[in-house]
Design a protein around this ligand. Structure first.
Ligand code: ADP
Ligand code: MG
Ligand code: MG
Length: 902
């Protein structure tokens, strides 16, 4: 695993290590935000406090304690007690209130906060410090009994859920019944007495479920919450989130204890979340939602429909309730200033939580905001143009992997569509799939290969695996900052949220909308860019690199050293690759051409031939077909290098199966069916991946490679004559282990070239090289490079042959291997830099020692993986080759790798 575990180091060094860092009131023990130690939330709270923003005072227990807490069997060291007591004293000193004071109690929140933000994945407890005595003090001191009892019921509910692990459904039910009894729909309609009565019921629920009364000792409450928040680091959903986002398990979370401020103190109080720019489109406009007379989670929980922050947004949405700009103009103006200050300070778009307590603004969180790929591009390009960041910083900021979202087809604007409802455009992109109503089923159906749209009233962190498995997410409730919206944007899944007219009957597994009914398994389409919900499937169009995307690519190309090619073998793929900026073809496989319906019979005739003569007869039929394949590709890639790999797969893959297939081949070859079947049986292999394949085919049947080489050169000359631009064929011999193999094959290729050149009266530049995909080839690269003019590291097979793992069979155990940290990531997705990478380094070094100008590249899935690309840059390869749709990702990743390399 990466990164030294901070926690272990500190644990080893004993009790004199400091774990508690205070912030607020002019104090900032953590200095300027060390996020590894304080977690993102703690670091930014300290930093906001230190630049003079209104932050409720508090302290952070560092991430180092998280590791120690687990190392010591989920217990805290004795020394922490005094440190925490000091922290509490710090808050008491600034607020003038005392923790546990019956007359005027200090209340705190206990908040999680890891190094990387994991929104909603870990726990937080608010209003801690309330008990049967302090609630009365709070009522008297604030002069607002409704507020005091509202806070107490919130606290019991949250504490019971997070710390005591009780079933939160029971609390919600009691609240619903209390409202129903009174005929209320909103929580805010309940009076002090109503809340007090509910608190009584809550306490009964706690005793029933927990077997003990709700803890009244505020210190017991505090330590319970601190333990629970550290404990939430190892919750199932946090683990899943970490796995999906590559966050190491040993980072740990910090715990922040902070004075409460109250957005639930009446109509001059509010709570809200905001982004300094639009996280969906990147537009430079404040963006956010708030709720009057509410607390913390209310906005994101989708309990009430939140109000817009700005007047413009409210008007655009045609919403009735006043925006914050209209309802609280002074606080809004102050908030807007804070937004600008934070953007300039952090030089990035910020995602902010704030609370207004009786007209006073308090900042509770800031972090770099999650954004869609589209927004990431726009924000990076805009900020560079605004002069806030440099072009290189803009290039470094956009996550290449996220571009994937933009490189897929979108709904064809001209295609007919059956729109049945409109919700909020919560996460852009379009998706069609079958409607599924729960996360587990979504995951199961996705595993079976179905495109799934997860349809929920609203999502919660328990749905995360289903959201990940789904192609898109649709919710009936929740705003633009709801759980569904935030998580979908982070995952790059299209999402339409808050479709008010959607009536979901999860029990009956159907939903009704606009007088129509859709059952589970029926196809629907959502457009997360417009908020539209459609029944049925809608046609799509190809993406293009325009606007901000195009601009950023130009900036990326300025700093990029590695060339980017595409793995492409059909004219369509080659076209796509070129339009995405590919600088040639790094891998053109020839076998798919053999599977073509019009040719397979000739291919089978070749394979099943008894002798060379029979094979040549069949190959003669294939030659013109291969030639026209290559001509088309050369034409599209005119002027660019094209690496063509000679036939590679085990021959039996092409064998006939059905009776009529045998009959067809028998007729074409003029032999009997029985003889053919006997020959087919002879071709059986026990382990085809290590069998008669790759250059072993060329060694045993040189006429196959001879035909392919001839087709390549004939096509190249044809295109050179037709277009005036000679292609540069790079003929690649697969699965070479020894110098001698390449020597034999190179002789066949060179002879074919000479023959064609003589016939056509024209010569052509070409290269002969090999794929390095066996460990022996990497080790003997020095010798092989005497003949090879290029190496292409075939990292799919090189990973299989180095690890001794068959990719097709790895599914059964590879997840366990990654979970247990044996491999940091799936080695077929991200290069095993330590093992396979070392062979590549050896191959590159030894090859170049023999032949200084040896061209080096990689093909295989890894060519489109940013981490693997960084390795290729560091190793000094000349190019990477990726699938056509990943070419822009590779261009950006290569630019970032070059920037890092310096
Ligand atoms: P998360 O990481 O899930 O957002 P937070 O720790 O940020 O969890 O807290 C959850 C909610 O409670 C947020 O809306 C936050 O603004 C609010 N909150 C946290 N601490 C306080 C506090 N001291 N006073 C008022 N609200 C708070
Ligand atoms: Mg939260
Ligand atoms: Mg938060």
């Amino acid at each position: 695993m990466a990164s030294a575990p901070v926690a272990d180091e500190t644990a080893a060094s004993g009790a004199d290590v400091r774990y508690v860092y205070r912030f607020g009131g002019g104090v900032s023990d953590g200095g300027k935000g060390d996020r590894n130690l304080l977690g993102g939330k703690g670091a930014n709270l300290a930093e906001m406090a230190s630049i003079g923003l209104p932050v409720p005072p508090g302290f952070t227990i560092s991430t180092a304690m998280c590791g120690r807490y687990y190392a010591e069997g989920q217990r805290f060291p004795e020394s922490l007690k005094a440190e925490v007591a000091d922290g509490i004293a710090h808050i008491e000193g600034i607020t003038g209130k005392r923790f546990g004071d019956a007359a005027d109690p200090l209340l705190v929140s206990v908040r999680s906060g890891a190094r990387a933000s994991m929104p909603g994945m870990m726990d937080t407890v608010l209003n801690l410090g309330l008990n049967d005595e302090t609630v009365a003090g709070l009522a008297t001191a604030s002069g607002d009994a409704r507020f005091a009892w509202d806070s107490y019921r919130r606290f019991i509910h949250m504490y019971s859920d997070v710390v005591l692990g009780l079933d939160h459904g029971a609390f919600e039910e009691a609240l619903e019944i209390a409202k129903e009894d009174k005929g209320f729909t909103l929580d805010t309609e309940l009076s002090a007495a109503d809340w007090e009565a509910l608190v009584g019921q809550y306490k009964v629920i706690v005793e029933e479920q927990w077997g003990k009364p709700f803890p009244q000792d505020v210190h017991e409450q505090l330590w319970g919450a601190v333990g629970a928040v550290f404990g939430s680091w190892q919750s199932e959903r946090a683990k899943v989130y970490r796995r999906l986002n590559d966050i190491p398990g040993d980072w740990g979370t910090a715990v922040n204890v902070q004075a409460m401020v109250f957005g639930n103190m009446g109509d001059t109080s509010a709570t809200g979340v905001a982004f300094t720019r639009d996280p969906a489109t990147g537009e430079r406009a404040y963006y956010g939602e708030f709720l009057i007379n509410a607390q913390g989670e209310d906005v994101v929980a989708g309990i009430r429909t939140p109000q817009y922050l700005t007047r413009a947004a409210r008007e655009a949405a045609g919403a009735r309730l006043a925006s914050m700009e209209e309802a609280m103009p002074e606080v809004y103006a102050e908030l807007a200033k804070v937004f600008d200050l934070l953007e300039t300070h952090y030089r990035d778009m910020q995602d902010i939580e704030f609370t207004v307590q009786q007209g006073t603004l308090w900042m509770l969180q800031t972090r770099s905001g999650k954004r869609t790929a589209k927004a990431a591009l726009k924000i990076a390009v805009d900020m560079a143009e605004e002069g806030l960041i440099t072009q290189e910083e803009a290039v470094a900021r956009v996550d290449p992997a996220a571009l994937d979202q933009l490189l897929h087809p979108t709904l064809d604007p001209d295609a007919p569509r059956d729109v049945v409802a409109k919700g909020l455009p919560a996460s852009p992109g379009a998706a069609s799939g079958i409607a599924i109503f729960d996360a587990d089923t979504a995951e199961k159906r996705a595993e079976l290969g179905h495109a799934v749209i997860l349809v929920r009233v609203e999502t919660s962190p328990e749905d995360i695996h289903g959201m990940h498995a789904a192609k898109g997410i649709l919710t009936a409730r929740g705003g633009m900052t709801s759980h569904a919206a935030v998580v979908a944007r982070g995952m790059g899944r299209p999402c339409v949220s808050g479709v008010g007219s959607l009536a979901i009957d999860a029990g009956a597994r159907l939903f009704r909308v606009g007088g129509r009914e859709v059952k589970e398994g029926e196809t629907i389409t959502i457009d997360g860019s417009t908020g539209e919900l459609m029944i049925g499937e809608v046609a799509t169009v190809e993406p293009e690199l325009a606007g901000d995307f195009g601009t950023l690519m130009v900036w990326a190309d300025k700093v990029r050293r590695l060339k980017v090619r595409a793995n492409a073998e059909t004219p369509k793929d080659c076209q796509t690759a070129r339009s995405f900026g590919a600088e040639g073809v790094g891998l053109c496989r020839t076998e798919h051409m053999f599977f073509d319906a019009g040719r397979i019979t000739a291919v089978r005739q070749m394979i099943l031939a008894e002798d060379e003569k029979g094979r040549r007869a069949a190959l003669a039929k294939l030659l013109p077909e291969q030639r026209s394949d290559f001509a088309e590709i050369f034409e599209i890639m005119a002027g660019l290098p094209v690496t063509i790999r000679l036939l590679d797969p085990p021959l039996h893959e092409f064998l006939p199966h059905a009776e009529e297939e045998f009959e067809e081949v028998a007729e074409a070859a003029g032999v009997g069916v029985e003889a053919l079947k006997r020959r087919a049986a002879e071709l059986h292999e026990f382990n085809p991946m290590l069998g008669h394949r790759g250059c072993r085919l060329g060694v045993t049947y040189p006429e196959i490679y001879e035909m392919q080489a001839r087709a390549i050169f004939e096509a190249a000359i044809e295109v050179a004559e037709k277009t005036g631009e000679a292609p540069i064929p790079e003929v690649m011999v697969p699965l070479v282990a020894t110098r001698r193999e390449l020597e034999l094959m190179k002789a066949v290729i060179d002879a074919a070239a000479e023959a064609v050149f003589a016939e056509k009266g024209r010569r052509l530049e070409y290269l002969v090289g090999t794929m390095i995909e066996l460990p022996r080839a990497a080790l003997k690269a020095g010798e092989i490079a005497e003949l090879a003019e290029f190496f292409s590291f075939g990292t799919n097979d090189l990973t299989q042959t180095t690890l001794g793992v068959s990719r097709d069979d790895a599914g059964r155990f590879l997840t366990a291997y990654v979970d247990k940290g044996i491999y940091a990531k799936d080695p077929f997705v991200s290069l095993d830099v330590e093992g396979v990478g070392e062979l590549i380094r050896i191959g590159a070094e030894r090859g170049r020692k023999t032949r200084e100008k040896l061209k080096l590249g990689i093909c295989g899935e890894h060519g489109g993986d940013p981490a693997s690309i960084a390795f290729c840059e560091a190793t000094g390869l000349d190019y990477v080759s990726a699938s056509p749709y990943r070419v822009p990702i590779a261009r950006l990743a290569a630019a970032q790798a070059a920037l890092k390399q310096g």
